[in-house]
Design a protein around this ligand. Structure first.
Ligand SMILES: Cc1cc2nc3c(=O)[nH]c(=O)nc-3n(C[C@H](O)[C@H](O)[C@H](O)COP(=O)(O)OP(=O)(O)OC[C@H]3O[C@@H](n4cnc5c(N)ncnc54)[C@H](O)[C@@H]3O)c2cc1C
Length: 418
């Protein structure tokens, strides 16, 4: 793997840029691997990288039915934060944030991580009381969060209408200074490059169509794919919106519901917004990309679906919220909008770890918020697959909690738009 550096950029420039190697090796499937990971999104690729890097397991394949990053990891609004409510979530997401903080250096790939902060706005006295409660919980869990007043919000977000006559008057809010954004494709490509350079096979255009079980039916020992059967000692799956489809193939049921989640990008503007802002009243959140486009998101579509079109009422609500809250953006043209299919668990928290099928591990249920968790999702699933034991940070997020009742109910708790 060529190291990316200023010196190599100059040297390659002198050679007419003909010496760059492909970012990752495109591999043909072998007949057997130590570990197969299904799904070439951020979580599958990060799991492969940490299996190789942290545990020395390099005979690994990532199998992706389309192209890597073609799922939600390349479709999201790139917000990274750890301001969740419960201690278990704070530990999980803050671990991820800390991994993100050193990721570019570690994998020698510019993921454009920008810790521009995130402001959450409260629009009533009741919102403010909740905000104070959230901030108390987050600070107790060691997450950098501060309650802020209207004047500080006005100075951090000049484009936001904070006047008392606003349709959504701002009463205050909270800020996480270490939150921010990263380039989503770069996270996927960076992990792919790092995993590939350690020996992991990345197999694109190969769909898993079924599981191969041991003769006594006790465990899974491989997968049927569009390129034929491939055997493995252990399997992991991180297929986001299609987790229940794959679980069904493997012979178990997941308490998961799949919804479309939409995102919007405007034409490029001069710098106008240098933080991420989420409104508790409208669920709309907005940031500005390095290219200048406003990146806008909102809540889930209102019915479950695998259709990646997205529906009109959500478009109206989200764009209406932008127009009401940011008068100066009213005439900005949208370039495009799209949807991804996200998998939501009943308690709005993810699942990391074993499945009821021996040999098969799962990472799913991130709903609207798994981009921020790609490093920790990969790190902890790799740990579980390699050692046979849950990573302490991921242990509470086992599938068994839906039997024991030990739920981590973040649905309303952290102000997320589920
Ligand atoms: C519009 C939108 C906005 C979002 N905004 C944010 C945000 O701001 N911050 C945040 O933290 N999160 C956000 N998310 C959520 C985040 O994108 C996801 O939680 C995360 O990307 C999930 O990553 P993954 O690797 O698990 O899944 P994916 O990236 O979806 O990868 C799964 C892969 O599995 C493949 N696959 C499926 N079935 C098969 C099969 N049978 N065989 C082989 N391959 C298969 C798919 O093709 C896909 O590439 C957003 C999501 C959307 C849709």
């Amino acid at each position: 793997m060529i190291r990316y550096s200023g010196l190599n950029l100059v040297l390659q420039g002198l050679r007419g840029h003909r010496g760059w190697a492909p970012v990752w090796r495109s591999a043909a499937p072998k007949s057997r691997y130590d570990v197969i990971l299904i799904g070439g999104g951020g979580h599958g690729l990060a799991t492969a990288y940490y299996l190789a890097k942290n545990h020395g397991i390099t005979n690994v394949a990532v199998i992706e039915k389309g192209w890597i990053g073609g799922g939600n990891s390349g479709r999201n609004t790139t917000v990274i934060r750890s301001n969740y409510y419960y201690r278990e979530s704070a530990e999980l997401y803050d671990f991820s944030l800390r991994l993100y903080e050193q990721l570019a250096r570690e994998i020698n790939y510019n993921i454009m991580f920008s810790q521009r902060g995130m402001v959450v706005t409260a629009h009533s006295r009741h919102d403010m009381e909740l905000a104070a409660r959230w901030v108390g919980a987050m600070r107790r869990n060691g997450v950098d969060t501060d309650l802020i007043g209207v004047s500080e919000i006005a100075s951090r977000v000049p484009a936001l209408d904070v006047s008392p006559a606003a349709r959504f008057p701002v009463h205050g809010g909270f800020v996480q200074p270490r939150a921010g954004t990263a380039r989503h494709d770069a996270v996927v490509w960076g992990y792919a490059r790092a995993a590939s350079s350690l020996g992991v096979d990345i197999i694109e255009g190969c769909e898993v169509t079924g599981f191969i079980h041991a003769a006594d039916g006790s465990s899974v020992v491989g997968v049927e794919t569009s390129a034929g059967p491939i055997m493995a000692d252990k399997l992991g799956m991180a297929v986001a919106g299609h987790s229940s489809v794959l679980a069904d193939m493997a012979g178990f049921r997941l308490p998961v519901t799949s919804y479309a989640l939409q995102a919007f990008v405007s034409e490029p503007l001069k710098p106008a917004l240098d933080t991420v802002v989420l409104s508790l009243a409208t669920g709309m959140y907005i940031s500005q990309s390095d290219k200048g486009g406003l990146v806008i998101g909102g809540g889930l579509d209102r019915y479950s679906s695998y259709a990646q079109r997205g529906n009109a009422p959500v478009i109206r609500d989200v764009i209406g919220a932008v127009a009401e809250q940011y008068p100066r953006f009213r005439r900005v043209r949208l370039l495009r909008h799209w949807a991804g299919i996200v998998d939501v668990m009943p308690d709005s928290s993810p699942v990391i770890g074993e499945t009821p099928v021996p040999g098969l591990y799962i990472n799913c249920g991130w709903g609207t918020g798994g981009f921020k968790a790609i490093p920790v999702g990969g790190w902890t699933l790799a740990h579980h697959i390699a050692t046979g034991k849950p990573h302490p940070v991921a242990a509470p997020f086992n599938l068994g909690r839906f039997k024991t009742g030990a739920l981590i109910d973040e649905a309303a708790a952290s102000g997320i738009a589920h």
